[in-house]
Ligand binder design. Structure first.
Ligand SMILES: [Zn+2]
Length: 889
């Protein structure tokens, strides 16, 4: 599953090797080892006395009345005699339950709190095979939990389609089932739909029969054994384009009239299928794979087996509307979801505590695939921010181990975070680098072959990798998976005559409010890569324990730790090393320069360094440096700009930011000659956005001029400039411009285009227009998927967090009804991190709804810590930034 805005992150795995001095392992600490998979020992709530073997399900969706009646016949294996049978069901009414064709009905008890149904029979069922028949009626939702509807605009009026989204635990909203990943069973689906509808499920359609002049019955081939959260059904006025690859049919399914925009997705999927077949060593096991574009209802993509669903703009590419660089995100998300077809779908984590393995692996594989097929994107380098983001969360007290206990569904839902995805990806990349690319792949092949159609824990994977790689993996991995936190390596060089020695010591990297108690210390086993900047090639691999000292060239030579930026750790350099490295920055690879700057900024956030130390490094970056380098600087500047909202010194900070960034934009110019999918084009876009955000008058005037020209002649504005120009125009919008943006949004039937204009309108800083956007978010006009995004944009780009918070409190109940439990458990807490005042942290804590679930309480705790850290950083760093700026005048 992919929930958040996909970044396009990937890069060259080998480019740093030329400058490698040594790979050392700073080791200490013993790790606990998780056991390999056992069905009976797998966590979960359902009794393991009864196991489903096959579900035969017939569904009759009623799109008008939003109900979903159905009948299912489940073949079960009763492992020990029992008169009570418990499975999952929520928001489902059950009319009748019988067993083995008998007339006698079971008593049905539904428990909303545990989301279960318990059937009690007069006589115990004997051990062995039985057949259960259940008549039920489920609901069709407005939001992405279970089966949901989407109303979308077309040239011939508003249409409705139905689709499903079940991870982690919402299959139980469609049909009563054993809705835990370890209960794998086959599913044979039949569905009644209007005759003009296309129905898409996990498997190919084997039969379509007319039922009456309006309706038909569609029967799908039965699936292999699978987990229920991977079930899919999408029905509507859809069309499908297909291609044959490796013995399977690949399809792209869209709403009517849009299939041609699925061409890039289809071509990508065909290439990826062959590559994945080879990488995993197991052929894609289903006869078909559909990529389904859903024009609303949910925001990301979901790896349902054989029928991946995507929010439409994540999948479709319209060369007349989308910038060329949009292909990066589309490719990445397809690769992510396709990797899951093996890693997640064919071999499935036993329980949600191992979710990171699914998501970390798919995220890593998406980047690896982008490096393979589109090396010019330099996806590891350009995606450096994914690991940075994970480390920023993982440095806090409220972080969690990537392998974490998951007690219930609200907790499973919030486990889909950047630590799970991005730290998981970083760990897998570090292990691949440590074992070697081929050994790692061979281990994955052995793992796939051994566990196909089954479940695993991480221990099964480590065991497979150790057998093939002949190196210890479990202990290194466990120190990163079973404890939270970011390793910090303290590095300093000392001269010994002409020779230099490097001392390395382990600590824990922490970003915490200054008043809080110290976090417990941690130790890791860290594969550390050390090298001379621009030095001679060497690839020694040493295994060291604890702190260490190694020879490091001649006196004064610049020695960098984490060469190639593959390791998941931060480095704090002593004064001598830091000075040598700062001087050597121009000779570093862009990858190392980004890593060095990012660690420098992190030390400021952690209170380990003054802001001036980071700002001095920025002075060493040339206007012609690479996009990711400037991107790192833009991120730091944007954070300072956000924190300084309302301070009298803000205009001086904004002038300083403009003075640093404008020369970079001037070098690129507004009209570059790039392909539209090159780093210059993307950097230009980012610069226009941030310069608009800090109020750079020249940039805003040019954006307004180009937007006015665009309204007269749409072709005048290159596709790559449409997002940033529209965004900047939105920030400064007056009423007339705001109305123009909304008119453009309403006129378009293309999701990505509608979003561009709605989000630009939401960025308006005029309070009256911010209020207008908030009203819009309450109504039915905008897709439900973007409601929280619009409210968040009013707070962030629109700089009206107070207005938006008052609105959220006032309209909480109606927004909850429209948005579902994620709104309560996640959005409210995340929203409050727009603030950097402790009083807001207290307000959040006192807001009763977020305390209602354990997931909500966790998110609230994390958000309160973020607010406190921001408040602290504001008090500590901003005055010293002001002083730095004054000094430089
Ligand atoms: Zn995923």
């Amino acid at each position: 599953m992919k929930l958040i805005r996909t970044a396009l992150f990937t890069a060259s795995l080998t480019r740093y090797v030329g400058a490698m001095l040594a790979v050392v392992l700073v080791a200490s600490g013993a790790a606990r080892a998780e056991p390999i998979f056992s069905f009976d020992a797998t966590p979960g709530k359902l009794p393991k006395t009864v196991i489903p073997i096959n579900y035969a399900i017939e569904l009759k969706p009623d799109a008008e009345n939003l109900v979903l009646p159905g009948v299912e016949v489940i073949d079960i294996d009763v492992r020990e005699p029992t008169a009570r049978l418990t499975l999952n069901a929520v928001n489902i009414t059950i009319a009748a339950v019988t067993v083995d064709g008998g007339a006698e009905r079971a008593d049905v008890a539904l428990d909303a709190a545990t989301e279960t149904a318990t059937f009690t029979f007069a006589q115990p069922l004997a051990a062995g095979a039985h057949r259960l028949r259940i008549e039920f009626t489920a609901q069709i939702n407005k939001f992405d939990r279970g089966f949901f509807f989407v109303d979308y605009p077309t040239d011939s009026g508003v249409k409705r389609l139905l689709s499903s989204k079940l991870e982690p635990a919402d299959a139980r909203r469609i049909f009563p089932c054993w809705d835990e990943p370890a209960f794998k069973a086959s599913i044979a689906l039949t569905v009644r739909v209007p005759r003009q509808f296309l129905a898409v499920g996990n498997m190919p359609v084997v039969r379509e029969e007319p039922l009456d002049p309006n309706m038909k019955i569609v029967t799908f081939a039965p699936t292999p054994k699978m987990s229920t959260y991977l079930f899919v059904l999408t029905v509507g006025e859809l069309e499908r384009i297909t291609a044959e690859a490796e013995g399977a049919t690949i399809g792209v399914v869209t709403t009517a009239g849009k299939a041609a925009n699925g061409k890039f997705a289809l071509d990508s999927a065909v290439k990826l299928l062959a590559w994945f077949n080879d990488y995993f060593g197991v052929r894609y096991p289903l006869p078909k794979l559909d990529l389904i574009a859903v024009p609303g209802g949910f925001g990301g993509a979901m790896e349902n087996w054989g029928g991946i669903t995507f929010f439409e703009s994540r999948l479709l590419f319209d060369p007349a509307i989308n910038s060329d660089s949009a292909r990066r995100g589309i490719f990445s998300i397809i690769a992510h979801e396709m990797a899951h077809q093996w890693f997640g779908d064919l071999v499935t984590m036993a329980w949600w505590d191992n979710l990171w393995l699914n998501e970390g692996f798919a995220t890593w594989m998406a980047t690896k695939a982008a490096e393979q097929f589109h090396p010019q994107w330099q996806s590891w380098l350009n995606g450096y921010g994914q690991k940075q983001f994970a480390m920023s969360l993982d440095a806090r007290r409220t972080s969690h181990p990537i392998q974490q206990p998951v007690a219930n569904e609200s907790e499973a839902m919030i486990a889909f975070d950047a630590i799970t995805y991005n730290k998981g990806q970083a760990l897998i990349r570090m292990l691949e680098n440590y074992l070697g690319e081929a050994a790692f792949r061979d281990g994955i092949r052995a793992y796939m072959a051994a566990h196909a159609y089954g479940n695993t824990t991480t221990a099964d994977l480590w065991r497979a990798l150790e057998r093939v790689g002949h190196k210890p993996v479990t202990e290194i991995a466990a120190s990163f998976t079973e404890q939270d936190g970011v390793p910090l390596i303290l590095a300093e060089t000392a001269c010994d005559g002409d020779k230099q020695r490097l001392a390395l010591r382990q600590d824990r990297f922490v970003v915490a409010p200054s008043r809080t108690a110290a976090l417990p210390s941690r130790t890791w086993q860290i594969p550390v890569v050390v090298g001379k900047v621009g030095g001679a090639p060497s690839a020694d691999l040493a295994l060291l324990r604890g702190s260490t000292e190694i020879p490091a060239g001649s006196c004064g030579e610049a020695i960098k730790i984490n060469l190639g930026d593959i390791g998941y750790y931060r480095v704090a350099y002593g004064p001598a090393s830091a000075a040598a490295l700062a001087k050597a920055m121009p000779r570093m690879s862009a990858t190392d320069r980004v890593n060095f700057l990012a660690d420098g900024w992190a030390m400021v956030q952690a209170g380990r360094a003054e802001p001036s130390s980071y700002l001095a490094l920025v002075e060493n970056v040339g206007v012609d440096d690479r996009r990711p380098v400037w991107d790192q600087i833009i991120a730091a500047f944007s954070a300072l700009n956000r924190l300084s909202r309302g301070r009298p010194e803000r205009p001086a900070l904004q002038r300083y930011i403009s003075a640093k960034l404008r020369p970079v934009l001037n070098r690129l110019g507004w009209d570059g000659s790039g392909s539209g999918d090159d780093d210059d084009t993307l950097l230009r876009s980012a610069l226009i956005r941030v310069l608009g955000e800090v109020g750079d008058e020249a940039v805003m005037a040019e954006a307004r001029r180009r937007f006015a020209e665009f309204l007269r002649d749409p072709k005048s504005l290159p596709l790559a400039l449409r997002d940033p120009v529209t965004h900047v125009v939105g920030i400064a919008a007056d009423r007339a411009t705001y109305d123009t943006l909304l008119t453009l949004a309403r006129k378009s039937t293309v999701t990505s285009e509608r979003l561009r204009y709605y989000f630009a309108a939401a960025a308006a800083r005029d309070p009256a227009l911010a209020r207008a956007t908030l009203d819009l978010a309450l109504g039915d006009e905008v897709p439900g998927t973007i409601v929280t995004g619009l409210i968040g944009t009013v707070a962030s780009s629109g700089e009206q967090p107070e207005l938006a918070w008052a609105f959220l409190q006032k309209n909480y109940d109606s927004l909850l009804a429209k948005q579902g439990s994620q709104f309560r458990d996640q959005f409210i807490a995340n929203f409050m991190t727009n603030f950097s005042d402790e009083s807001r942290a207290a307000e959040l804590a006192a807001f009763a709804p977020v305390q209602a679930t354990s997931g909500g309480r966790m998110m609230t705790g994390r958000a309160r810590e973020v607010i406190a850290i921001s408040a602290d950083l504001k008090a500590r760093a901003l005055p010293s930034v002001d002083a730095w700026i004054r000094q430089r005048k």
